[in-house]
Design a protein around this ligand. Structure first.
Ligand code: SF4
Ligand code: SF4
Length: 331
């Protein structure tokens, strides 16, 4: 691809830095100084999975997550979300925390690691805004838009394109140095920056995540039926959970880490450097009898600033009842 096409001088609204390579290096240095472990730059191109994603939605694989279907054009094209967008600065923060073992004998429910610390939106968003504000000091004409998690952005595809990590068969972004315990964020910008090389897929012949998934939610390599995933069932699915899936939830009451726990690329995971992500429950679990008796005040105080507040108390207690029943069945 020629330099002029890559940096799109002709594109309406786009901005070109005097020295794009130097600016890109400064952007990455700045992102690291803000506490992001990984950073890469992707071209703000339309999603290559647009048709697949449409079909996935039409097949009902998103379940109750109707918000995924909304803003389809914005979600699948960064230049619709931010008109004139040329680059997406993709960042990732390691959230791995080693967990202690609970010595309590009463049954406990497990919480996915990403939800054990402070709400990752609160941790990532201010840093993204800092990065965007700083970008405007070196390129005042550049427009920016920050995105994390629920924003209409295909963040895993962009992270893979930016070289942050490859999209694994378990549909997580995996970095060959630090694994897949990664929170993702993006700054879309009209500033035209040289893109990084996409990450190389290193899953190889491994199928550990597919074999370990208790609900067979990974229906084929790289394909997830969200409606079967424990993460969806315990967080997004607010109605009764189908009887045949309830036992498979095991002791998970908020999310599920199994397909990341078994991934060989996570063997050498190191603890997060972000104090805000330290676990509020050191064993990563909650006593199920206590959870059953939580009042609204207990919920507020135990989950202050927690991402777990995405589920209201009745849903969390529903999950707790299923986990307690599973524990009694297993004995
Ligand atoms: S999070 Fe759990 S249920 Fe979902 S795909 Fe991974 S292993 Fe399966
Ligand atoms: S467990 Fe194996 S197949 Fe699954 S994401 Fe990790 S490396 Fe890829």
């Amino acid at each position: 691809m020629s330099e002029s096409r890559r940096f799109g001088r002709y594109a309406a609204g786009s901005v070109l830095a005097a020295d794009p390579y130097k600016t890109a290096a400064e952007v990455k240095e700045r992102a690291r100084s803000l506490g992001f472990d990984l950073v890469g730059i992707a071209p703000a191109e339309r999603s290559r999975y647009r048709d697949y994603f449409r079909q996935w939605l039409d097949d009902g694989k998103a379940g109750d997550m109707q918000w995924l279907a909304a803003r389809f054009d914005e979600r699948t094209d960064p230049a619709v979300y931010l008109p004139g967008a040329k680059s997406v600065i993709c960042v990732a923060m390691n959230y791995f925390v080693p967990l202690g073992v609970s010595l309590e004998s009463s049954p406990r429910g497990r919480v996915a690691r990403y939800a054990l610390g402070d709400d990752y939106h609160e941790v990532i968003k201010p840093r993204l805004h800092d990065l965007a504000d700083w970008l405007k000091t070196i390129a005042p004409e550049a427009q920016t838009r920050c995105a994390v998690d629920t924003a209409p952005v295909m963040e895993k595809e962009l992270a893979a394109r930016a070289g942050v990590g490859w999209l694994g068969k378990n549909t997580c972004i995996i970095n060959e140095s630090i694994g897949s315990w990664l929170l993702l964020g993006e700054v879309l910008t009209t500033l035209d920056l040289p893109p990084d090389n996409p990450a190389t897929d290193r899953c190889g012949t491994c199928t550990r995540c597919l074999d370990a998934c208790p609900t067979q939610a990974i229906t084929a390599p790289y394909q997830l039926d969200a409606t079967r995933c424990i993460s969806y069932l315990t967080i997004e699915h607010r109605h009764e959970i189908a009887e045949n899936l309830q036992l498979k939830l095991g002791d998970w009451i908020y999310g599920c880490d199994i397909c990341q726990d078994v991934c060989p690329w996570n063997r050498r995971a190191i603890g997060t450097l972000a104090p805000a992500l330290a676990p509020r429950f050191e064993s990563g679990t909650i006593d199920l009898q206590e959870l059953a008796s939580w009042s609204a005040e207990d919920y507020q105080s135990n989950l202050s600033h927690s991402a777990m507040k995405r589920v209201k108390l009745p849903v969390l207690q529903r999950n707790g009842r299923i986990a307690a029943r599973n524990a009694s069945l297993i004995g």
